[in-house]
Design a protein around this ligand. Structure first.
Ligand SMILES: [Zn+2]
Length: 333
């Protein structure tokens, strides 16, 4: 599978290198990231939302929501929401939070999600732009709410809407929230994605937190058909010689330097989890993100739903490297 994905990503890169806007975005990405939006998508629509809302490289830092469930209060969802949201709040370019809901999600899920987003201490003054989307017929409904809105951006974003490529729900990509990287497309379409800091997923906790929601998602996905499913864990960084590393991976080399308390908790977890896979502590962000991929793989195998499918070979888990600027894929050494 990885060779095919590498081929497709190389083709896309060659195609995009003919586009002046894309070249400009790559040049900017080499200098850092300046995301305007925090985009919170359901796992099933994470990749499609970037296309739906015409988000180019660098436009949106990503957080993740489990479809069918409301985002939990911040202390119960450190990896999927709180960590990426804390990270986003440091950017001076920020304009607001965009959150999307699928057409079949209930008003209760929407209401609770908006309330819990506002509980994040670093998002309290941020407008929330919320859409409910029918991805089949491209109906995008603006959700009216009282949690702080930005009418100008709501209208602008509605004008950016375009039809995304089809969903390939046989592949789930686990990748960093970084606005410069995006899940690699397959021949069938756009994969599902979980986007967290450094593409890290915590161990199954057996508590009523985000890991319980994730297990319910894995269970539903993996039993939806007998076809083989795949999870691809993507570590990103400077894999072409001169580009930027993963910022969260870099911070995990020295968590004490992270000033935001809610962010530091997540960065410390990254450090703790990574060093279990390092014979000596990593000295470069690129080595660190490789250990974090191994930690994520090991943590995925603590989820009961994943263990069940992995044991009967209905689920394959692979790892790959991605360059931050070009998004080209590379195999591990
Ligand atoms: Zn990263």
């Amino acid at each position: 599978m990885i060779n095919k994905l590498m081929e497709i990503s190389a083709e896309h890169l060659n195609e995009r290198k003919k586009d002046a806007l894309f070249i400009a975005r790559m040049e900017l990405a080499a200098q850092g990231q300046f995301p305007r939006f925090l985009l919170i998508s359901p796992i099933t629509r994470s990749g499609q939302d970037l296309q739906l809302l015409s988000m180019n490289q660098g436009d949106a830092l990503h957080a993740t929501r489990v479809p069918g469930f409301a985002i939990l209060p911040p202390d119960l969802t450190p990896a999927l929401f709180t960590g990426p949201a804390s990270f986003y709040s440091r950017f001076p370019s920020k304009k607001g939070v965009i959150v999307t809901f699928d057409i079949d999600e209930s008003l209760e899920v929407i209401r609770e999600t908006l309330e819990n987003i506002k509980l994040h201490p670093e998002l309290q003054s941020m407008p929330i732009i919320a859409f409910q989307v029918n991805y089949d017929n491209l109906r995008v409904k603006l959700i009216v709410h009282g949690k702080g809105r930005d009418y100008e951006y709501e209208n602008r974003i509605l004008h950016w809407v375009r039809k995304p490529d089809p969903l390939d729900d046989s592949l789930l990509v686990v990748i960093c929230s970084d606005s410069r990287v995006r899940p690699p497309c397959t021949k069938r379409g756009v994969p599902m994605a979980i986007q967290t800091l450094a593409g890290y997923i915590s161990k199954y906790s057996q508590h009523d937190d985000e890991t319980k929601q994730l297990n319910r998602f894995f269970e539903k996905w993996l039993t939806s058909s007998k076809d083989t499913k795949r999870i691809l864990i993507v570590a990103h960084g400077n894999f072409e010689g001169s580009g930027p590393s993963c910022s969260a991976g870099t911070e995990s080399l020295n968590p004490r330097a992270t000033s935001s308390k809610s962010l530091r908790l997540m960065i410390e977890e990254l450090e703790r989890s990574a060093i279990e896979f390092e014979s000596i502590p990593a000295s470069s962000p690129e080595d660190r993100v490789k250990s974090l991929s191994k930690a994520t793989r090991a943590n995925l195998l603590t989820y009961p739903a994943i263990v069940d499918s992995h044991d009967i070979s209905q689920l394959e888990i692979d790892e790959v490297l991605m360059d931050t600027v070009t998004n080209a894929l590379y195999l591990y050494d």
